[in-house]
Design a protein around this ligand. Sequence first.
Ligand code: ZN
Ligand code: ZN
Length: 372
Amino acid sequence: MAEKRDYYDVLGLSRSATAEEIKLAYRRMAMKYHPDRNRDDPEADLQFKSCSEAYEVLSDPEKRSRYDRFGHEGLRGVSMHDFSHMGFEDIFSMFGDIFGGSFFGGRTQRAQRGYDLETSVELTLNEVATGVERTLEYKRQDYCEACQGSGAQAGTRPQTCRTCGGSGQIRQGGLGGFFQMLRTCPTCAGQGQVVVDKCRNCRGTGRQVKHRSVSVKIPPGIHDGQAVRLAAEGEAGQKGAPRGDLYCYVKVKPHPFLLRDGENLLCELPVSFSLAALGGEVQVPTLDGLETLELPAGTQAGQRVQMRNKGLPRLEASGRGDLYVQILVEIPRKLNKRQKELLQQFRQTEEKTNGFPQIKSFLDKLKGYLSK
Ligand SMILES: [Zn+2]
Ligand SMILES: [Zn+2]
C-alpha cells in the first residue's frame, strides 16, 4: 500500500491553517471530487476519500494535535467517521454555520439579536375569568439614543467596510472550480460597516439601559405558569440587531373559596345536617358573585352539585367550564337541652321510617353474616 499523503498537502494548506481555512479548503475539494459529479472516475473517488479523511482529522482539534505531533502514527486506534458517504447536500449543510445559509448570495447577519426578558404578573381568579390588561414596567438594554444604535459618535457615521466594500461578504475560491465561494467578511463581521469613532454614550455598543413601560393583554382562561409573549419587547441587539422578546409569566393567586381544575371550579360548602336532611337554599360564592343554590331534601355528605357554565372561560376557545359544589355536612358539635330533647324524639322515630337505606342494608348484611 502506498505511503499516506500528508493531510495538509491533501487539502493544499499550510500547517498554520485556521479552522475556517480548513473548512473552506475541504469544501472546495469536496465540491470538485464528489462522486456525484465524477461518475466512474476512480482517481476522483480516491481524491475525495483522502481529502475527507484529511478534513476529519484537521477539523478536530484533538486529532489535529495528535497528527501534528506524531503524524499518521498518532492516529492509530482513533475512531474515524466516514465523510465519503456524505451526499452533496450534507456537505453544504455542514457549512451552514460559516456561510449562514447564504452560499448563493444574500447578506449574512452576524450581529447578536437582543436577549429575551421575563417578567411576571399576579392575577386573581376573577381577572383570569375576564382577561385583563396590565402595564409592565421594566428596565432593559435599549438602543442608544445618542447614536440610534449604530455605535458611532454623533456627527460621525459608520464607514463602509473597505475589506468587503459594504456587502458583508468576500469572495473566495472559484479558480478552476464550479463555484465561487462567499464568506462572511472578517473585518466587519458581515455588517458591511465599521465604526471608526465610537459613540461616547454607549462606548460603541449601540445600547444603553432604559426604562420601558408596555401594556400586555392577558387572555381570559390563562393558566398559572403560562406566559404571554410580547414580540420584540426584550433587549435591543448589538449594533442595531433586532430586539429579543419579552415573556410575561402569569401567577394566579389562590381564591379563598374556589379551587381551579382546568376550566372547572370546585367549592366546598359546609351545610348543617338538618338543612341537608330537609333541603333548602344555600348561598354559593361564584365568580359572578353569590348565587343561590337549591339543595334537595336528603342531600348527602360529599355529594357534588354541578352549576353549569359557572367555571372559567376556556383559553382561546368558546364557552365556560362548570362549578362543582361539594357538600360537607356538619353534625352539631354542641346541643342545648331543647335540641337534645328534639333529637331524642326524632331518634325514636328513626326505625319506623325508611330514611336510612345505607344503615338498613348494612344491618341486614350483618345479620346474615352473624347467623352463618
Ligand atoms: Zn451610542
Ligand atoms: Zn466587511
